[in-house]
Design a protein around this ligand. Structure first.
Ligand SMILES: *[C@@H]1O[C@H](CO)[C@@H](O)[C@H](O)[C@H]1NC(C)=O
Ligand SMILES: *[C@@H]1O[C@H](CO)[C@@H](O)[C@H](O)[C@H]1NC(C)=O
Length: 368
């Protein structure tokens, strides 16, 4: 009897060992306070989150000459983005970014499945314009910041947590943000309230707003590839759409984004500004980036090419003007010559007719 109990408890113990280890491993991965640089920085993510070392990671550098034009890629269609209703949106600082939760009636069409909106968040740099901050890059060039709108596949999966680990589980819109002269009122719907969530784990309700006002106008031209979450646990479950058109915010707006939040909690003595929360671009590893538009029409021209084209067009115009002038002149001289000829012809005809008349109608006087 006693022996049997021992056997049973041993069995139970053996059964518990993997469970226990599994549990501790999971807990350590969840509790690890990952960061972008330094301790548990991005080069170490894969030690704690194995998927971060996978072969289909995001972000990537889009080399436009190596993208493949796919004419079957239709414009993506935001659904209900502008029907925000009156219920406030929830916004929080998770220590890595600012997250705005989106109502479940917002969604995304134009993909093989219907996707339901979950949240949007931002990535940025630290010193104002032109020093990077975006996650995706185009031909090696960074933008100043990047907006991500996250959706899950509501046709295949019951919720975000079920979808986020599965292939085709998520669809994320990537919007590259540049600094320009004008204030972008759409982004003030977020930026004006960030002072309420300066510390990690703080949360605020903000007035609902038109989420489509954050997107570029041209939703037809974009890059599409299969990738991952750009933060741990880096699940390779994302159908990415990175728009060709960038959106603009003012320098003051960019600085607000970069200077407002802390990655540290309110009770922590050492305040840490939340900056440079972008991941380095990851190897493509034989993946293809598809473009919804043909590379030639969407190709950006260098300033040299623009100068060449302008000079070429100007020379062309001058040339055409000279030729037209020459032709007009020639026609005019020919016309005057011709009209003179016609006039003299006419004169001749008249005179000859008159002569003929004289000849054919014998004068009555000569008739006896
Ligand atoms: C998500 O769906 C799965 C599978 O149906 C379920 O087990 C889980 O509880 C759901 N999670 C949430 C947060 O609703
Ligand atoms: C992404 O992966 C799926 C499944 O493997 C594949 O059918 C699809 O064509 C891929 N899409 C892109 C844009 O590479």
């Amino acid at each position: 009897m006693g022996r049997r109990v021992n056997m049973d408890s041993l069995g139970l113990f053996v059964l518990l060992i993997p469970t226990f280890f599994h549990w501790t491993a999971a807990a350590s991965a969840d509790e690890i306070n990952w960061s972008y640089s330094g301790f548990a920085g991005q080069s170490e993510w894969s030690a704690y989150f194995p998927d971060c070392g996978g072969t289909s990671q995001s972000p990537v550098d889009v080399i436009t000459t190596q993208t493949k034009y796919d004419p079957s890629l239709m414009p993506v269609t935001p659904l209900g983005y502008s029907q925000h209703g009156n219920r406030p949106f929830s916004m929080h600082n998770n220590g890595h970014t600012v997250i705005v939760e989106l109502p479940e009636w917002m969604g995304l069409g134009g993909l093989p499945w219907f996707f339901t909106a979950v949240q949007l968040h931002l990535h940025w740099g630290n010193e104002g314009p032109d020093v990077g901050g975006s996650e995706h890059t185009v031909n090696g060039r960074s933008s100043d910041a990047e907006l991500h709108v996250v959706h899950y596949n509501a046709e295949l999966y019951p919720n975000m947590s079920a979808a986020m680990t599965q292939r085709d589980g998520l669809a994320v819109l990537g919007i590259l943000i540049e600094t320009g002269e004008e204030t972008n009122p759409g982004f003030n719907n977020i930026l004006n309230y960030m002072s309420r969530i300066r510390h990690a784990d703080q949360k605020a309700f903000i007035p609902a707003f038109d989420v489509q006002s954050l997107l570029p106008k041209d939703l037809g031209r974009y890059y599409r590839y299969n990738g991952s979450l750009t933060t741990p646990p880096c699940y390779q479950s994302v159908i990415w759409t990175v728009f060709h058109e960038r959106v603009q915010i003012s320098k003051a707006q960019l600085l607000k984004m970069e200077m407002m939040l802390y990655s540290s909690k309110v009770q922590e003595v050492d305040r840490m500004l939340l900056q440079d929360n972008f991941r380095k671009t990851q190897p493509l590893n034989h993946r293809i980036i598809f473009a919804s538009f043909s590379a030639e029409s969407g190709r950006e021209l260098s300033s040299g090419e623009v100068t060449a084209i302008v000079i070429g067009v100007m020379c062309g115009c001058v040339g055409v003007a000279v030729i037209i002038r020459f032709i007009v002149k020639t026609i005019r001289t020919k016309e005057t010559e011709k009209s003179q000829e016609i006039k003299s012809d006419l004169a001749l005809t008249i005179t000859s007719k008159a002569e003929r008349k004289e000849e054919s109608s014998p004068s009555p006087q000569t008739e006896p």
